[in-house]
Design a protein around this ligand. Structure first.
Ligand code: F6P
Length: 532
């Protein structure tokens, strides 16, 4: 049994020595004849990927090219203009970062920029956050901070952490569309914070955005230090190796050339036509086998490395925004997707791994192993005679993998030699391509996200309704009104959203809405009035 298992491990293992990379899918139960059956489909997916890389329109409903692979191999770009754009932008990113580091570009009052505050969300934040956490060190040129929401308390926390250094903080505002409300709100909160110090946003800010977007215009009108492009052929969730990720990383002082080189190396490896030698194809096939090609199991990401803690969050967007689709490419209703979650091992061992082993079998795990314990030259202190903390980390990984296998729970293991920019570039490129190939295996468009619009539209309606609610209360200053009365006065058919709006406004006394619950009454007997 153990020998059979080792044979299977040896047969399925992909090892790319030049990259310091291994992929093990031997703990996925591919059924009899799986690879033969899937051969035409994976070959078709690989062909479509080659067409995409050659510049075909791969996002049919938005009629867009999908070009994130060109970012690390500009010579592959389908036109000289695109190649030139990529090369010029990379040169500008490096030059801008170097000007900031050398204090050739300075803040309004401080001697130099010491911190950077990235304002963005989704694909315009997750990659930069991942790179900052995975690669940062005390030797960084600038300390990174992030606004990735429209949570005022979140803004306060970050601004409090920056403290007196705000005047030495460079704001990097990132939005492909340039119209995302969370990002706009973060930028405006930051602008107000600079203003309180008598400073202007523009003198401390740089934008990464699509040409002529609302953010692009705002940056021009407000004299931002620089503007970097975000092209329509790069999707938000695959934008880490465009200016979106490269600019913050370069400012932080990370080696962005190594990041790009790692991705380019992985791209080379994953263009291989033989699926059993192509890690992205094998990963996509493993996902297909584990989930029945129908998202029947969740992808649990367990990186045994603190620096990769955000990788599962990054993959959550990459995988779920790409694969979570109602319709396939032929318009059939398919409700596709694979749910992704995870934090890090061995920490998760003490949280949800109990369920993974003993509970519902609705997942497959992906272990991410980093062979080198820490940077060269660091001490390998013993925790027991002859045993280090790193030995335990490795032991826990193998132990959990075996414990899952013993219970028939499937797993994949991705192994890299050492953590660093090159390895991160490889991991990003690996998953980008695996997601694209998987999408074609199940015949969906990985490159659009029609579903996210519904929530944005509904949020805008709530904001309008709030305006009507406040106007209705203001027309009757001091008068106490029930939710139903407010709803009627606001012209709202449904009192429930009005209830939600009033409940929140009343919890924020500065907003001037007072709630009174009559003695013995319930929250639904409450009245609301406006003060001041
Ligand atoms: O970069 P933008 O345009 O601000 O978008 C941020 C994120 O919002 C989304 O469009 C989803 O709402 C993501 O696809 C994207 O990464």
């Amino acid at each position: 049994m153990a020998l059979d298992r080792f044979d299977r491990f040896r047969d399925l293992l992909i090892h790319a020595p030049a990259l310091g990379f291994w992929l093990d899918v031997s703990r996925i139960r591919f059924d009899e004849g799986f690879f033969e059956r899937m051969a035409p489909r994976i070959q078709d997916a690989l062909r479509r990927m080659a067409d995409l890389e050659a510049g075909a329109v791969a996002n049919p409903d938005e009629q867009r090219r999908v070009g994130h692979y060109w970012l690390r191999a500009p010579a592959l770009a389908p036109t000289p203009e695109i190649r030139g754009d990529i090369e010029r932008t990379l040169a500008r990113v490096l030059a801008f970062a170097s000007d900031i580091h050398a204090a050739h570009l300075r803040p309004e009052r401080a001697a130099r920029f010491r911190r950077l505050l990235v304002v963005g969300i989704g694909g315009s934040a997750l990659g930069p956050q991942l790179a900052a956490a995975a690669l940062g060190s005390p030797a960084d040129r600038m300390v990174p901070h992030f606004f990735d929401n429209t949570d005022p308390d979140g803004f306060d926390r970050v601004l409090d952490a920056i403290g007196d250094d705000l005047g030495a903080t460079l704001a990097v505002i990132i939005s492909k569309s340039g119209g995302t409300k969370e990002t706009r709100n973060g930028m405006l909160a930051l602008e107000a914070a600079y203003r309180r110090l008598g400073l202007t946003l523009g003198a401390h800010a740089v934008a990464v955005t699509g040409e002529d977007s609302a953010l692009d215009r705002y940056a021009t009108e407000n004299g931002f230090l620089a503007r970097f492009p975000m092209w329509d052929w790069v999707g938000g969730r695959t934008s880490e190796l465009s200016a979106v990720g490269l600019l913050p990383a370069a400012l932080q002082g990370l080696d962005i050339q190594a990041l790009l080189a790692g991705a380019a190396d992985m791209d080379d490896l994953t263009r291989t036509a033989e699926p059993l030698e192509n890690p992205a194809a094998l990963l996509a096939l493993a996902w297909y086998s584990a989930t029945g090609g129908a998202g029947r199991k969740d992808m649990v990401i367990l990186p045994y490395k603190d620096r990769l803690e955000l990788f599962s969050r990054y993959l959550q967007q990459l995988v779920m925004e790409s694969l979570g689709k109602q319709h396939d490419l032929d318009g059939r209703e398919v409700w596709q997707g694979i749910a992704v979650y995870g934090n890090k091992g061995s920490t998760d061992q003490h949280a949800y791994v109990q369920q993974l082993r003993d509970g519902v079998d609705n997942f497959f795990a992906t272990f991410i192993e980093v062979l080198r314990d820490h940077a060269p030259g660091r001490r390998h202190d013993e925790v027991e005679p002859g045993v280090t903390a790193g030995d335990y980390l490795s032991g826990f990984l193998q132990g959990t993998r075996s414990a899952l296998t013993d219970r028939g729970r499937e797993s994949i293991t991705v192994t890299i030699e050492a953590m660093g920019p090159r390895a991160l570039g490889m991991l990003i490129a690996l998953y980008e391509r695996a997601v694209g190939l998987y999408a074609w295996l199940v015949n969906i468009n990985a490159y659009h996200q029609p579903g996210v619009e519904a929530g944005k539209k509904a949020a805008q309606e709530v904001i309008s309704l709030q305006g009507q609610v406040l106007a209705a209360l203001s027309r009757h200053p001091g008068r106490a009104m029930t939710v139903q009365e407010v709803a009627a006065a606001a012209g709202a058919d449904d009192p429930e959203p009005v209830f939600w709006i009033l409940r929140r406004l009343a919890a924020n006394p500065e907003r001037g809405v007072v709630r009174e619950v009559p003695p013995g009454g319930s929250i639904f007997d409450a009245t609301y009035r406006i003060t001041g």
